[in-house]
Write a protein that binds this ligand. Sequence first.
Ligand code: PAF
Length: 323
Amino acid sequence: MTTLARRLAFAFALAAPLATAPAQAQTEITVQHALPANSHTGVGAYTFKEAFERLTNGRYRVIAQRQDNEREMVESAQIGTIDCTFTSTGPVGNFVPEVRLFDVPFLFRDAAHARGVLDSEVGQQVLARFPARGLVGVVWLENGFRNMTNSRREINTPADLRGLKIRTMENQVHMRAFQTLGALPTPMAFSELIPALQQGTVDGQENPISVIVANNIFQVQRYFTMTRHVYSPQVMICNPQTVARLSQADRALFYQAAQEAQRANRARVTADDEAGVAELRRRGMTVITEVDTAAFQAALAPAFAEWERTLDAATLRRIRDWQ
Ligand code: PAF
């Protein structure tokens, strides 16, 4: 190629994107979330949408969709049929095993403890494990602390759980916990939960107040016990190509929008937790708020010993000691 031809080729390469791109080109990003738009999860996804579209002056259009099978959402983000998902960590340990650390019961004292750890280098180190599994972990959000509901009896002590069929997420750590407490853990996708409760395939389930209220679970369950037995993080996960395609400047805006989503989601979980108990009583549930959590922790001793061996014991200790 002559020098002139090389210069022309170079100039054409620079000019081509400008010449072909329409003035108002919009890139679409599809984001899926598991719960109704007017829930803490929907608030996270829609805040991200509004923030990223605003920050990029409309160069991007975010399409938020509801899909209530979290495992399928993560698979879709991995293979790239969607760009991102807001999901609980329920199924995520099956893709990125290091996430299981955060699924251990009674690990976090309260929301400030959980948020502090997830936003620290401990949370960042776990997000850094996602790319090796063909995913990008963008930011930690939350579902909040999980509580038990069932249709059979009041749960006051671990012994009350004995023999109850409890739907859990498809999560090894949670299943092991319920088995150790004497229940019969029955893992299933959230999309199958309400029919399973209606038909009596399972007696109960466990979820944060925000989820119980947003999905009218009080219509199919009589007893609620505020066990707060495990903190349930949520994480925004994206397809690596989606993130790689963003310019450096747009990627900064993408992360800024994700942080706005985190703030809105956490504020909503706090508000739902504050209003939730009264709401569940108003909806006719028998609500137990005085729970001897030490008894549940003692009953879980064999499982705790197992997690010390199978998970990262040093990080578990670091999280417990967190001030
Ligand atoms: O129970 C679950 O599967 C999850 O907590 C839910 C409701 C999908 C929210 O992430």
